[in-house]
Design a binder for this molecule. Structure first.
Ligand SMILES: NC(=O)c1ccc[n+]([C@@H]2O[C@H](COP(=O)([O-])OP(=O)(O)OC[C@H]3O[C@@H](n4cnc5c(N)ncnc54)[C@H](OP(=O)(O)O)[C@@H]3O)[C@@H](O)[C@H]2O)c1
Length: 293
């Protein structure tokens, strides 16, 4: 009897883009509460470059016997539902899988995930755009949760990397919690940052009530917080964003309405995954590279 398989991208011995392999692995049936999704689109995020480079293997956060899966978020179509999974076959969904130490990822044709971790993609939002929302939208929402409500009206929040995926979402979402937001970004990103409803700076001085360090500037950003202020960072990535289907549904709705940006740089076939990683590694990319299996 032959076993059905699907294609997925992995690293065995991490060493950058050239170490990424596409292999065939067995199809897995969804268990209780799970769905099997045929993936239509999976974005390339900075964390994927770090996984392929072996950064997290080096930190002891990945310890896979054979190979490590790549990719954190996806959009696609439910092709099988396990018992008690309340999503019909044919439903378009998006979601993310968290954690570093796994032999599967979203760079592939299929994935099995808990139905509670995905959200239905609203009408009017295509799957490529939807795929770019889960990881960075949820990361930003969870950063804003950590910051909480602005302590006083007009409390000033600096968002570093405001022209990036995480920073752009934080800059948008923090308004809801009463923060007066300023985005730190490159001079050429001023129009995009102001379009988020934030003030803009290319050179921040110290004294902020809070800093959300989406650019990962670390100590340089920490030094910008006033005494007694708040700081939320994104590195060294040991504390990762987690799945949340309910929150993701809100983020997708806001993306579909145009309230949150959806930026796609280039769509490439999965076979070009190494090219996509090389392009992102050069830096300066605005919008995501998205892989289509
Ligand atoms: N902990 C978690 O769960 C989690 C989840 C998601 C992301 N992350 C991490 O969060 C970071 C951001 O991810 P992302 O997807 O938002 O990356 P991104 O889209 O590449 O955005 C980063 C932005 O920061 C800008 N930037 C870097 N240095 C700057 C500086 N000195 N001044 C102004 N702007 C600067 C970049 O501009 P240039 O391109 O011009 O350099 C870019 O626009 C990454 O390190 C990622 O790994 C962590």
């Amino acid at each position: 009897m032959s076993t059905a398989t699907f294609r997925t991208a992995v690293v065995r011995a991490p060493g950058g883009p050239d170490s990424i392999e596409i292999i065939d692995v067995p199809v897995v049936a969804p268990g209780p509460g799970e769905v099997l999704v045929q993936i239509a689109a999976a974005p390339v995020n900075p964390v994927d470059l770090a996984v392929a480079a072996g950064v997290f293997h080096g930190m002891g956060l990945i310890n896979q016997p054979e190979y490590t899966g790549l990719g954190w978020d996806f959009a696609g179509t439910v092709v099988a539902s396990g018992p008690a999974a309340d999503l019909a076959v044919g439903t378009e969904v998006a979601g993310m899988v968290g954690g570093f130490n796994r032999d599967f990822g979203t760079y592939g044709e299929q994935i099995v995930v808990p139905a509670a971790d995905v959200a239905i993609v609203p009408d009017g939002l295509d799957l490529v755009a939807a795929s770019t929302v889960p990881l960075n939208g949820l990361t930003a929402a969870q950063i804003v949760d950590l910051l909480g409500d602005a302590p006083t009206a007009g409390s000033r929040l600096l968002v570093t990397g405001a022209a990036g995926a995480v920073g752009g979402y934080v800059a948008s979402l923090a308004h809801d919690r009463g923060w007066q937001v300023t985005g730190l970004a490159r001079a050429e990103d001023e129009q995009f940052v102001r379009g988020l409803g934030a003030d803009f700076t290319a050179h921040a001085e110290p004294g902020w009530d809070a800093v959300a360090d989406a650019a990962g500037l670390q100590e340089r950003s920490l030094a910008l917080v006033r005494d007694g202020g708040a700081f939320v960072g994104v590195k060294p990535n040991a504390e990762t964003a987690h799945s949340d289907g309910t929150r993701l549904a809100e983020l997708l709705a806001r993306t579909a309405s145009g309230a949150l940006p959806a930026r796609v740089q280039t769509v490439l076939p999965l076979d070009h995954v190494a090219d996509a990683h090389r392009a992102v590694a050069k830096g300066g990319v605005r919008g995501r590279y998205v892989l289509r299996p």
